[in-house]
Design a protein around this ligand. Sequence first.
Ligand SMILES: [Zn+2]
Length: 222
Amino acid sequence: MVNSPDRAMALIEELYQGTKDVVTKRISQLEGALGSTGPLQKWDMEYAKQILITKQTGGFSPQDARQYFQVAKVIPGLLQFARAVYGVKLQERPEVKTWHRDVIVYDVYDDNEERDDLMGRIYLDYLFREDKENHPCTLALTTGVEGKQYAEAVLVVGLERELGATMHFWDATACWHELGHLFHHILGGKNQRYHRFSGFEGMQYDFIEAPSQLAEEWLAES
Ligand SMILES: [Zn+2]
């Protein structure tokens, strides 16, 4: 524990000294990519990053990658990732009533033959709607309580609904990020055994974000 302002300041100073060279180098790379003479502005950051990625990868652009991320394929891809990485079986439940017909529902089972039991339920609300909060997020509906209820959570993103629609690489990254939160909540909430470590409550942010960062890295590396 930090315990005192002096120790907090010492910690900040230590972090600053440990990261300033890397950050300074990164900023000058981004400024170089923009070709600007002044200091890098926050609102230019994403644009500069795109130029830099294109330069460093010999022509790859996150925008060009759209063709590989068709909305119709990304959702099955997300579920395939969940099955393979989190060791779960998913059963679609079309009969479950939800708040909108776009929402698809799956029950999540443990894929271990000896523990073939229900772990929770996920809702994917993934298509853009005018009257919806379309910003990517994961919302917990219930936490797991042994003998009473299973963990349930919703993944929200706002992907284009037109036939053949594609998405920007950053939007695909957001889908994998939220999937990390979704399964962190479901797997941790199972029968409350790991409830202390599940999804969103009462933990350090770096721990909360870790499964999502790993899922993002998997996508980027693939
Ligand atoms: Zn997050």
